[in-house]
Design a protein around this ligand. Structure first.
Ligand code: BTN
Length: 344
């Protein structure tokens, strides 16, 4: 998809439009009302409602009142996610597993035969992978574990900015699904809400002679996870959309929205790299102005007051002599109280 000419956006299926209309309506809406609004015959409306019911949507059909949406399916199966996709390539095809070791690992095993855009979603990961060799807590029935195969035509040096762009896409999806949740991006690829981790991104790639062959973008987003299910090790540092909003979400809808947001973000990055994201990144940056310590490989630690994300995706750390240190990778943490101490 990368570097190909832009095409017209993928048309939302009529079934998805009927679902969208039902969602936007409180209570019952008559078949006549839907048919006038969407330019469909009443028989067509009825057929699309049947399709939605077959896909797991709970829709009450009442003779004299019309239709009322009671609930959309939660499990992110092919059909449930597919019905809500507005993409041309991402999530086409989408493979669903009830259980995998890791969606990233399974997609990496399929890269030889899989097309760009192929996505793999699971209800449960037995060995979910996190950054820096960590594990990703992946219980069943709670969250979204999604991996997408991309084949950007870029050099290795440029790929480091892709996780930031994926982070923007996830933040856009969260803003759409749960408006008012103050989602932030903690460089390089964590999604945070009020200092607690909502999600993470793990990009795993293969390259040849400095050219990227493929990259699997893995997104883990805590959706309906309840506080009582959080293991002690992450109880104080993790959160979920349900914890933040006290609502539950359809994981099928969340997975679809992640793909719907990731596609245009990826296309913009292919065309112009980080340039279209600079303002958004500055607004999402949770480290800016905070005294930050970054642990890098080989036990190297660098620190300073975070001065934003550079055009090349590096974290800019203000040094005591006023210079800016550009950090390419590592694990960043705010050191509470340090900024004030250093200024004294
Ligand atoms: C992080 O350490 O913050 C990154 C976590 C990434 C987790 C996701 S869940 C879907 C995909 N499959 C994996 O095994 N990991 C990523």
């Amino acid at each position: 998809m990368c570097a190909r000419p832009k095409r017209a956006p993928f048309a939302r299926s009529t079934t998805a439009r009927v679902l969208g209309y039902l969602r936007a309506t409180d209570g019952y809406v008559s078949g006549q009302g839907i048919s006038e609004e969407l330019g469909l015959s009443r028989v067509a409306v009825w057929k699309h409602v049947k399709t939605l019911q077959a896909q797991g949507c709970r829709i009450d059909a009442c003779r004299h009142r019309g239709y009322r949406l009671i609930g959309v399916p939660d499990m992110p199966t092919e059909d449930a996610v597919g019905a809500q996709l507005r993409t041309r390539r991402l999530g086409r095809p989408l493979i669903f597993f009830r259980e995998v070791d890791s969606t990233n690992r399974q997609l990496l095993l399929r890269t030889a035969a899989a097309e760009e855009g192929t996505a793999l979603v699971a209800d449960f990961q037995a060995a979910g992978r996190g950054r820096l060799g960590r594990t990703w807590f992946s219980p069943a029935g709670a969250n979204v574990y999604l991996s997408v195969l991309l084949r950007p035509r870029v050099g290795l040096a440029q790929i480091a900015t892709l996780p930031l762009v994926a982070g923007c896409a996830v933040a856009r999806a969260v803003a759409k699904l749960a408006p008012g949740v103050p989602v932030r991006l903690k460089w390089p690829n964590d999604l945070h809400v009020n200092g607690r981790k909502l999600g993470g991104i793990l990009c795993e790639l293969s390259a040849e002679a400095d050219e990227v062959r493929h990259v699997v973008v893995g997104i883990g987003l805590n959706v309906n996870l309840r506080r009582s299910r959080l293991p002690a090790a992450i109880a104080r540092v993790a959160t979920s959309l349900a914890i933040e909003t006290r609502h539950t979400f359809s994981r099928a809808e969340v997975a679809a929205e992640l793909l719907n947001q990731l596609e245009p973000a990826y296309e913009a990055w292919c065309a112009e790299r980080l340039a279209p994201f600079r303002t958004e990144l500055a607004a999402l940056d949770s480290l800016k102005g905070k005294f930050t310590r970054v642990r890098q490989s080989g036990r190297r630690v660098v620190e300073g007051v975070a001065g934003g994300i550079g055009a090349d995706g590096t974290l800019q750390l203000r040094q005591p002599d006023g210079s800016l240190l550009a950090v390419c990778s590592g694990d960043a943490h705010v050191v509470p109280g340090e900024a004030k101490k250093k200024r004294k």
